[in-house]
Design a protein around this ligand. Structure first.
Ligand code: ZN
Length: 142
């Protein structure tokens, strides 16, 4: 829901993951310390996720410089691009799922707001953590 292009590779080995992340300009999100170390060695961008909660994980991503603004560009089901079909109403070009402003949407906005306020309170940059359309690899299942 924050507009990131996410790949969720199934059980590829670390070496393969590293090569792919570098080739596609992705950031690897992982809980695997060994993989994080390998990324540092090989020059791939990686964020070591430690939190168990979604809020904590998003905060860790924000702290590392990833924009966590509500920005519907990608389907949360299939990662395909969304297109605006009416004002404030989007449809997935892949699976057809519809997205619109509603109570669920407002809940997500409040949730993201809370995370951004937490970052601010700890003295980190708030306004400048957007780094373009950075691609992100999700690898939290390890
Ligand atoms: Zn979809």
């Amino acid at each position: 829901m924050v507009g990131l292009d996410v790949a969720n590779p199934e059980r590829s080995d670390d070496k393969e993951l590293l090569v792919r992340a570098k080739a596609e300009g992705r950031i690897i999100l992982t809980r695997d310390k060994a993989l994080d170390d390998a990324c540092v060695t090989k020059g791939a961008r990686c964020i070591l996720i430690k939190s168990q909660s979604l809020e904590g994980q998003l905060k860790e991503m924000a702290d590392a410089g990833i924009a966590i603004e509500l920005n519907p560009q990608r389907c949360t089901i299939c990662n395909c691009v969304l297109e605006e079909v009416k004002v404030a109403k989007w449809q997935c070009t892949g699976c057809g799922k519809l997205y619109w402003h509603g109570s669920h949407w407002r809940n997500i906005e409040e949730f993201l707001d809370r995370i951004r306020r937490n970052i601010k309170s700890e003295g980190n940059q708030v306004t400048d953590y957007r780094i373009g359309n950075e691609n992100v690899s999700k690898d939290l299942e390890r």
